[in-house]
Design a protein around this ligand. Structure first.
Ligand code: ZN
Length: 253
């Protein structure tokens, strides 16, 4: 019998469900393919079947048979040798499982995009960088904040950063900044909109710019008001409660 041609691509397992007696259905972020579902035959029955491992949230190389619709058949999976977060870093694990669940909720399966893969690559790289142990929680929180900012930008839910939506003055030069979803960001002179982000200050805005622009971790995460504003917007986008939120709250705060 002729060998069925397989495709190889880098990716991450984001979630799994048991299927039939010995199989798994894996949902994965696959480079250039968005999110795909793999049927991993015998993955629960034998450790030899996928000796390279099909662990969650780790850099993986998949070999699979592409299907136009429905499940792709997983032919092989191998762990890629790239830097990974320390296994002792519980905050890093909580972040990866949260981001994986978030991606599965907000990204529609089967639409080619690099977005989920790139997010997982960045999260892995950011959490693998060496920081003092006492900064791990803050760094994990910073990763979550940045994922929220990137996701909200993709969904068109972030205000235009940089200038007052009314008079156009550069916001880096003003003292007070206000934001509502109706009015966007405004300088203090154009009238405070009350509501969505009442405690916004210019250093919050600078933090938001930094998260958006990809500035490196400074040792602290965003202020509580900025965190909860981002979280509120993400909740609107996700439109369902995420199971991994509890452990995120426990290990990251
Ligand atoms: Zn203004």
């Amino acid at each position: 019998m002729a060998r069925i041609p397989t495709t190889e691509a880098n990716g991450y397992v984001l979630g799994r469900i048991d299927y039939q007696e010995r199989d798994l259905i894996l949902r994965a972020a696959v480079e250039d393919e968005g999110i795909l579902s793999f049927h991993a035959r015998g993955a629960r029955g034998s450790s030899r079947r996928f000796a390279g491992g099909v662990d969650d949230f780790v850099p993986t190389r998949f070999e699979y048979v592409k299907k136009k619709k429905g499940l792709c058949r997983l032919a092989g999976a191998y762990r890629r040798t790239v830097a990974e977060p320390s296994a002792a870093d519980l905050a890093a694990f909580a972040v990866r499982s949260y981001v994986a669940e978030l991606l599965l909720v907000v990204v529609e399966e089967g639409h080619p995009t690099r977005f989920p893969f790139r997010i997982m690559e960045w999260v892995t790289e950011a959490l693998a960088a060496a920081v003092p142990t006492e900064q791990r929680r803050a760094r994990a929180g910073w990763v979550v904040d940045r994922v929220h900012v990137i996701l909200l930008h993709r969904e068109g839910r972030l205000p235009v950063l940089g200038s007052c939506s009314s008079c156009g003055v550069g916001l880096e030069s003003v003292e007070d900044v206000f934001f509502t979803t109706e009015q966007g960001l405004r300088c203090g002179g154009c009238g405070p909109g009350r509501g969505a982000w009442p405690d916004c200050r210019i250093d919050d805005l600078a933090m938001l710019w930094g998260l958006y622009a990809g500035e490196p971790f400074s040792g602290v995460r965003a202020s509580k008001p900025l965190q909860s504003w981002l979280l509120g917007l993400v909740d609107q986008v996700a439109d369902k409660s995420l199971k991994s939120r509890a452990s995120l709250h426990q290990f990251v705060g």
